[in-house]
Design a protein around this ligand. Structure first.
Ligand code: ZN
Length: 167
């Protein structure tokens, strides 16, 4: 069995905080990235943001291949959305909101800039699932969750269901 760090769920204030930029790449950061990749894989996620492991840092990992294709694996430090085009609506979930899914409107294609784990500047053009995952994970770094897109009625329903689930 794969041992991994538990994923922080809704209710923990770290998820609502704006995460801090990464200023140095050291062993702690490399360990955090490894922990994030392990937790993402163990939970069949396509992406994970550092606040989801309780670290308020601007780090995201992505893998849209279930750990099968190294080319689909991405680590980005201080990612920035620099361009977005089109619109795509699809159902989305979040490992920090287990059991919850909602339709989310996202840009269909994006350009994202950031640093690799080696500290090299990289620019990624993505569409489809990777584009959706990038937008979702960058939202996490800004304290934004998919429930923040719900209208007040849906949000109220969600909060009531969530409370029932927690009790
Ligand atoms: Zn999420």
């Amino acid at each position: 069995m794969m041992v991994h760090k538990p994923i922080v769920v809704y209710g923990d204030p770290v998820l609502l905080r704006r995460a801090e930029p990464v200023t140095k790449i050291d062993d702690d950061l490399i360990r955090l990235v490894k922990d994030m990749q392990d937790a993402m894989l163990a939970n069949f996620g396509v992406g994970l943001a550092a606040p989801q492991l309780g670290a308020s840092l601007r780090v995201i990992v992505l893998d849209t291949s279930d750990g099968k294709d190294p080319d689909q694996q991405l680590v980005l430090l201080n990612p920035e959305l620099i361009d977005a085009h089109g619109e795509s609506v699809a159902e989305e979930g979040c490992l920090s909101l287990p059991g919850f899914v909602t339709e989310m409107s996202r840009a269909a294609s994006v350009v994202v800039r950031g640093l690799s784990i080696e500290g090299k500047a990289i620019e990624i053009e993505a569409e489809g699932l990777p584009a959706r995952a990038l937008q979702h994970e960058i939202d996490h770094l800004n304290g934004i969750l998919i429930i923040h897109s719900l209208n007040p009625l849906q949000r109220d329903l969600f909060e009531r269901k969530w409370k029932q689930r927690q009790s």
